[in-house]
Design a protein around this ligand. Structure first.
Ligand SMILES: [Zn+2]
Length: 464
């Protein structure tokens, strides 16, 4: 079984060879907890949740370490807390709770072990770690000191900055050149920067900052830059070299580029002899009418809003997985409707399966080929009920019984009753009792249920 992923770093599909198959290590940039997750944020979480499940399937559950951080110190958090008039700690705690609630509804595996930030990599091996940036300030300071000692960072006006022109491979991930950074920089470059592309490792506290966002450091009280947080947390749990680093395509530059620069140059001058992460996986944007869904554009829909409309988590999950992970996914109502119809069909199919089969080898091969979700889903459409159950479980579906699914699905009228009537009508048609079949169709139509007969003799139903 060989997995392969499109690797942003090499710009081709690479066969995945873990550094240590008994401890396959993956880091994915987690949420900055300042606002409720929208479905663009959720796409990334769901994509890497399937990758995590696939890695466990291939290498064994106890041989995979998955770290997804919580960024709980950031300028956006300071701004949001100020705007809401609430303490930072109250804001971050609340949003983190919402994040877990929302991704939990999408069937994303929860952290299996509480992370305090004091564990060694050995202690978090085999669990899904969820470290908090605020628990790793000492680790960040340590990395920054190493960067200064290696000649890759400098102190200026209370800030510590990474000197991009000190690292000859800067830009290797995103393909950007330093000259382009100069050309693209705003005319007014901050006076504390030597080069317009230099980025903040540590910034001084400002008058009136909430005490919970102010930390002591050798360069005065302040807080870390966002990029160094991920370098510190991946290092703490996965070590200086690990296998997969994932995140949304929008993080490729500058966030991931800067993570590479910091992490490699903290280990040695110009990163010599280090790789940091070997495989860089990026999921595509989630768009609305072709435009990227984002908080700043104001065109976002939160997961919670969809759930409140009665759209089930598994429906959202399937819709998020309906397109190749690396391509843009344009969100629309039809996509949600189609996902619901598919899940109704699948749940009807698995309703009578009492034990599930092992996951079909070809199905794992399909998923292993750069996470080909659309192809995997098309295979599920033709699978036997027992196989479908096994495949679905691997993809993070079928967390509930068919009975619960249909009970929760039809809010007016009993889903069981609908199912029974649908089956009675199929029987009536088989015995050519057209009057009875039409009567049942009408009875269901009166309840707002639309039937769609399939060429294979089955019938799908949906509420209008
Ligand atoms: Zn990150």
């Amino acid at each position: 079984m060989s997995l392969q992923f499109y690797n942003t770093l090499t710009r081709k599909k690479d066969v995945f060879v873990p550094l240590d198959p008994t401890n396959v290590r993956m880091y994915v940039c987690g949420p900055t907890v300042y606002d409720r997750p929208h479905i663009g944020n959720a796409r990334s979480v769901v994509v890497y949740d399937v990758l995590y499940r696939l890695l466990m399937q291939v290498y064994g559950k106890e041989h995979v370490t998955y770290v997804r951080n919580i960024t709980d110190v950031d300028d956006k958090i300071n701004a949001a807390a100020k705007a809401n008039g609430e303490p930072i700690s109250a804001l971050t705690k609340r949003i983190e709770g919402w994040f877990h609630e929302d991704i939990g509804a999408l069937g994303v595996l929860p952290a299996t072990t509480a992370i305090t930030g004091k564990e060694t990599p050995e202690q978090v091996k085999g669990c899904m770690g969820e470290p908090h940036a605020t628990h790793h300030i000492a680790h960040m300071i340590d990395l920054i000191e190493k960067l200064i000692a290696n000649g890759h960072a400098y102190v200026s006006q209370g800030h510590v900055l990474f000197a991009v022109d000190s690292y000859s491979e800067y830009g290797q991930l995103s393909g950007r050149k330093l000259d382009d950074l100069i050309a693209g920089a705003r005319i007014e470059v901050e006076s504390y920067k030597r080069h317009p592309g230099d980025f903040v490792l540590w910034k001084p506290a400002e008058e009136g900052d909430d005490a919970s966002s102010v930390f002591e450091s050798p360069w005065g009280a302040g807080r870390p830059g966002w990029h160094i947080e991920c370098s510190a947390m991946s290092n703490a749990y996965l070590g200086g070299q690990f296998d997969i680093h994932g995140g949304g395509a929008d993080l490729m530059f500058p966030h991931h580029e800067n993570e590479i620069a910091q992490s490699r140059c903290a280990q040695s001058i110009n990163g010599a002899g280090t790789t940091f992460a070997n495989y860089w996986v990026h999921n595509g944007f989630l768009t609305v009418g072709g435009e990227k869904m984002s908080k700043s554009l104001g065109n976002f829909t939160t997961v919670k809003e969809l759930l409140d409309k009665g759209i089930k988590g598994e429906v959202i999950r399937l819709a998020l997985l309906s397109t190749k992970y690396s391509e843009p996914l344009d969100w629309n109502d039809k996509m949600v409707h189609d996902a619901k119809v598919t899940l109704d069909k699948w749940y009807r199919s698995i309703a009578t399966v009492d034990s599930h089969a092992a996951v079909n080898h070809d199905f794992i091969t399909t998923l292993s080929d750069d996470l080909n979700f659309p192809k995997a889903i098309s295979v599920m459409h033709t699978a036997s009920p027992a196989e479908l159950l096994a495949m679905g479980r691997l993809m993070g579906f079928f967390d509930q019984t068919a009975e619960n699914w249909f009970r929760g699905g039809a809010d007016s009228g009993d889903a069981h009753n609908i199912e029974n009537l649908v089956n009675q009508r199929i029987e009536a048609k088989k015995s050519k009792n057209w009057t009875e079949a039409d009567r049942i169709r009408k009875e269901l139509a009166d309840q707002g249920i639309i039937l769609e007969d399939r060429p294979d003799g089955t019938t799908d139903w949906r509420k209008t």
